[in-house]
Each structure stands twice: as C-alpha cells, then as structure tokens.
Design a binder for this molecule. Structure first.
Ligand SMILES: [Zn+2]
Length: 253
C-alpha cells in the first residue's frame, strides 16, 4: 500500500497542509489538503474519498476538488463516511449555501458526487482495499479507518482523545504494518486537548501502551504554532519506532 502525505497538520500556514493522505494514487483519506497538494492531472485520478469527520481541517478541499474537475470527462467522486458524517456534509457543506449540492449536479441521474453511508466496523471494498470505519473519541462523530490489502494493513485513528475500541480492533488486525494517530497539542495545552478531543504527547504515551502489535507509529495533526514543542515532547517519550509524518513524503507499507 502506497500512502502519500498530502497534509499532516491541524492548521494551515504556508507549507503546512491539513490532514489528507493519498492511497495508491486514487483514494484519498480525509480531504484537508487534496486540491492544495495535487496537480489537476493528479486530482482527476482521485475517485474515492474516506472522510473521518466533518471538521474543516479534514474536509475543506472537497468543494474545490469537485469544482476543479467538474467538467473533466467522466469525473465523479464517491465519499465514504458513517451516516452522522454524511448528514453533516449534506446539511452544512453541500447544502447550496456553503457550496452547491453536487449530489444533484449536473443532474439527479448522473451526479458527479455520491455520498456513501458506511456502517461502523463493517468491511467495505474500494479499489482492492478492504476498509473498516471504527468510531473514536472526538467532539463530533468521528471514525478512524483500517485499510487492508493482500500484503498488509494500516490503521488511521483520525482525530481522537483517549479511546478504546479503535485499539481493541487494531490489536486483532493480521499483518498490521503501521498505525497513524494524532498529537495535536503540546502538554502545556492539555486542558484544551481534553475539551476538544485531541491528544498531547502526555496522553499519547498511554494510548500507545494499548497497542499490542510491534509496528511503527506515525503521528499527524500538529498545530503549526506549537510544532517545535510537540516535536521535543514526542522525542522525550523515547519510544522506538515513533515518527512524525513528513508532508509530501510517500510511505510504502
Ligand atoms: Zn477534528
């Protein structure tokens, strides 16, 4: 499985895109920085998108990805998310106020956008990958995703504070190759992390103790303003095989 980091930050300043990953060139996992990172030629290859939750730092380039490619021959996009997240996108994003409702455009019969409800923990298939959405503990309904192919699997927690079910399921995944989880704030902002459903290095440590598989862990979600502090505090955890994701880098699992 090839995963390119399009953006791995929990905020946006020049050179720092928000959460989005490109899997095997055609599937995006979250869309905080898809149109910001890919050329038009690359964007048109993206046919399927997993959305973990409704927050803008995971969805804000969806409108432009669709708008950029609306007239490209054969362009269409399927978005997969749990029902709560689909409802939020219908009501607050593609609602004909914030942005056109592309689920009815250019017409009802052949719309460019399809919103696909997925059931938590039920497997579904996209482009040779078997995928499961697993609920995590954030302030809005949110799932991580487990992606499996014939060679291996990766688990992405998305935004979460301390959580249980995600780790329980991750520990049962055969051929797990890596986990991607978040660290948004430095330890000094623990109260803010707690109320907003995020992790700091201090709460990341106990989360990693729940992972029983010996696989590398990659972090994303850093608030750009606090990047240096988060980096130092992650390093101070002194955990083997714990890495901060690098924007623009492609990882092969
Ligand atoms: Zn969030």
């Amino acid at each position: 499985m090839k995963i390119k980091v399009l953006g791995c930050y929990g905020g946006n300043i020049p050179g720092h895109g928000m959460t989005a990953f490109l899997v095997n060139d055609t599937l995006a996992m979250d869309a905080g920085w898809v149109s910001g990172a890919l050329t038009l030629k690359e964007q048109v290859k993206v046919k399927d998108i997993l959305i973990s939750h409704s927050h803008l730092d995971h969805t804000c380039t969806l409108p432009f990805l669709i708008d950029n490619n609306f007239s490209a021959p054969g362009f269409s996009l399927r978005i997969y998310a749990i029902a709560d997240v689909i409802a939020s996108m219908k009501n607050h994003l593609f609602n004909n106020h914030t942005w056109p409702d592309f689920t009815c455009l250019p017409n009802d019969l052949t719309p460019v956008l399809k919103l696909v409800d997925v059931e938590p923990e039920q497997r579904f298939e996209v482009n040779g990958l078997t995928i499961r959405a697993i609920r995590v503990s954030h302030i809005v309904p949110t799932t991580g995703f487990i992606l499996e192919d014939k060679k291996g699997a990766i688990a992405f927690s998305s935004d979460t504070g301390p959580t249980e079910r995600f780790w329980e399921i991750v520990n049962t995944v055969d051929r797990l190759k890596a986990v991607i989880t978040e660290t948004s704030f430095p330890n000094e902002l623990q109260d803010l992390a707690n109320v907003s459903g995020h992790l700091t290095p201090a709460t990341l440590g106990p989360e990693l103790d729940k992972l029983k598989k010996k696989v590398p862990v990659y972090l994303y979600g850093f608030k750009p303003k606090h990047l240096a502090k988060i980096k130092a505090q992650v390093r101070a955890l002194k955990r083997r095989d714990l890495h901060m994701l690098v924007q623009g880098k492609t990882y092969n699992f």
